[in-house]
Design a protein around this ligand. Sequence first.
Ligand code: HEM
Length: 410
Amino acid sequence: MNRHPGAWRAIGALCRFWPFLCRTLGFAARRSSVKQVLTRPKSFSNTAHNANLFAGEFLIGMDPGQDYDADKALFHGLLSSLNVQADADAEALVRSRRLASARTSFDLIEDYLLWVVFNAIRPAMGLAAPAMTAGSTAFQPDEELERQYLHEVRYVAGQLFLGAAAPTSIQRRAELCADSLRARVKCATALLRNAWAGNAAARPFDFVFRNGVGFAWVSHPVTVQSAALVVQELLERPKVYTMLLEKARSLGQHVWTCEQFRQEVRTHVIELMRFRPVFTVLSRDVPRETEFEAGGRRNAVCPAGSSVTILSLAAQFDPRGVPTAADYCPHRDWGREADSRFLMFGYGSRQCPARDQSVEMITSALIGLLTLPRLTLADPWGRRIRYDGPLIRRMRVQAAWGVPPAGGHP
Ligand code: HEM
């Protein structure tokens, strides 16, 4: 279902039309219902994620409280220490130049996105990053070890997308990768504590360890997957793609420095994410009986011990308050619904704390791709995009190398 955003939109439209479906299935499908559920963390609990956190307890699955506040404060400190735009730009520039001079087809994830995102996030881990990727404190920077580490954390995060629907073999792999991640972080915890001195001084080992593990799997894989989905959506919109390519081409060398162009690309990234978000649904536990407004005359009653499925993708297309919601319209005026423009990152106090940083990383990645000639999905084995459970594993693309690229490449 994660591969078919259109199916979720159809389910959401049905649920909005027949609210009894929401009541029966425990679905929140209207934008207003989704916002309502997501802003009541005590009645609709994030502990629904816990069963899928194979690497251990972490912020995203905690209820509000002392531990939650401490972890969240650390997270904000780490995020504010990053300069994702500069670091993602730098890597995107180097990688896209390398791809342009190789002039062969390439794997969007393996040869590009993995590294643009990693380069932007890695500084948060300081010297612990190479130790974690090498699995040893006697580390040598090595791209192949980094690649293996990035694959492992991807499977840990993948469990969050699939949940109990994951086949046993996939769950087993996620468990093994989670064990490996914990071992990696264990050997790097002292280095992490040094790296986080400003944010985690005098904090116990458990605190640094828990957040080190969590930071590793929550940050990188989701952003890479989201960026791949953004590119997939863009390739399916040739007019938008052509317009952005032409603007990039006209800017030449200034493509990396023109703030107006960056803003334009950023706006498209947000709209492309809306159509193809990485989390199509979210779920919440219901610790005690409660209700939410599902539309219709009666509320949806949620018995204690049940769970609610939040159709966050579908809610973005709810025409109430945003009549043009179904259209691709990056510059729309969201009016009174402006706060729900970023629903793909959750909503309310539990919204993704790295929302803006993620958009910046994907914007940098996309600008790099816009400096290449037009990309199309390559099809060497008959399967254009290769999946691994809910994750995109491979996305081979080829550029029209005969056509002159935009600025930035000799
Ligand atoms: C495009 C990339 C990303 C997307 C689409 C995304 C999406 C989300 C969503 C939907 C949630 C809310 C989950 C819920 O309410 O159940 C969330 C929470 C969270 N995200 Fe992200 N995320 C992204 C990148 C990142 C990055 C790069 C980091 C870290 C550097 C991060 C850290 C977190 C954390 C810690 C939470 C839990 C917040 C809380 O419960 O208070 N995310 N993310």
